[in-house]
Design a protein around this ligand. Structure first.
Ligand code: NAP
Length: 297
């Protein structure tokens, strides 16, 4: 029976460690600050944003939410980002996605100063991360998965890691991190057009699934002893839940747990690690800001 990789518990330990770092920075006169920009009133986005700023405040960081109307213009949104870019008390800026369709999300993300881009979505940070530059802000979900593997003593060197999905937010940066010197994994990236997906997933020593389809990975698609990291977050109706729904991943957890050696649950696996790495990136931004502007940025 696979052991469960408990992202909530790893996050608790990491956040306690970071609270000490925050206290040390505060003693030196710096309170790390994250500003989250929320456009519109999507309830799921509101909940994500609230949990991010709450997590900041719990650590002694400054967490601020700026809520803009659904019909805000690109120019008005850029003006808000300009103000945050120039504010020395703001170390990290995050624009919550998805944005309304009239806003060009790539241009919006590129408007955030790379030194404050704690989501790591600016092309400058994507490039720095790709070349292994320690100044890069690595996107929070892949960074959280790497931290979870490290803290759970799951070796990656020489292992075959199969990633299902090729998104810029999760899978591509994760592939780059895993294949780098140090982690030293052999990585296969698969996607919608990969024929016979199971022939790849069955080869995985570590299987990472980031698609957004319930039960995409079934028990016949994995080999015994595999480590399974389920990134997927899918809402399914559940009349017994007070909210009327519950969250499940992309993996058939109940059928695969008896076969695997380790597996992340949904919820309570990758999700908490993502927010924890946002806090870590904000801390990194505050530290880097103290060291002065970076030559490249
Ligand atoms: P995304 O940008 O929609 O990417 C999904 C990927 O899955 C795409 O590359 C797509 O391939 C691939 N795909 C779709 N159907 C497939 C199939 N049948 N076989 C193989 N590949 C398939 O999604 P994302 O942003 O990476 O997020 C993926 C999931 O992770 C979502 O459920 C999201 O909610 C969740 N997520 C969770 C966290 C967390 O903190 N837990 C963070 C981020 C995302 P193509 O490129 O060919 O279309």
């Amino acid at each position: 029976m696979a052991r469960t990789l408990d992202g909530t518990e790893i996050s608790r330990v990491m956040r306690a460690e970071m609270a000490q770092d925050v206290a040390a920075l505060q003693a030196a006169g710096v309170t790390p600050g994250l500003s989250v920009v929320l456009v519109g009133n999507n309830p799921a986005s509101q909940a994500y944003v609230a949990s991010k700023t709450r997590a900041c405040e719990a650590l002694g960081m400054r967490g601020q939410t700026l809520t803009l109307p659904e019909d805000v213009s690109k120019e008005e949104l850029f003006a808000v980002i300009d103000r945050l870019n120039a504010d020395p008390a703001v170390h990290g800026i995050l624009v919550q996605l998805p944005l309304p369709a009239h806003l060009p999300y790539k241009a919006v993300l590129e408007h955030i100063h790379p030194a404050k881009d704690v989501d790591g979505f600016h092309p400058m940070n994507a490039g720095l991360a790709f070349v292994g530059d320690p100044r890069a802000f690595v996107p929070c979900t892949p960074a959280g998965i790497m931290e979870m593997l490290r803290r759970e003593d799951i070796p990656t060197r020489g292992k075959h890691v199969v990633i299902v999905g090729r998104s810029l937010i999760v899978s591509k940066p994760l592939a780059s991190l895993l294949m780098a010197p140090g982690p030293d994994a052999t990585v296969t990236l698969t996607h919608r057009h990969t024929p016979d997906l199971a022939s790849f997933t069955r080869q995985a020593d570590i299987l990472i699934v980031a698609v957004g389809k319930q039960n995409l990975i079934t028990a016949d698609m994995v080999k015994p002893g595999v480590v399974v990291i389920d990134v997927g977050q899918n809402r399914v109706s559940d009349a017994s839940s007070p909210r009327g729904y519950r969250m499940v991943g992309d993996v058939d957890f109940d059928a695969i747990q008896p076969i695997a050696s380790a597996i992340t649950p949904v919820p309570g696996g990758v999700g908490p690690m993502t927010i924890t790495m946002l806090l870590a990136n904000t801390l990194q931004a505050a530290r880097q800001a103290r060291q002065g502007p970076l030559p490249l940025l």
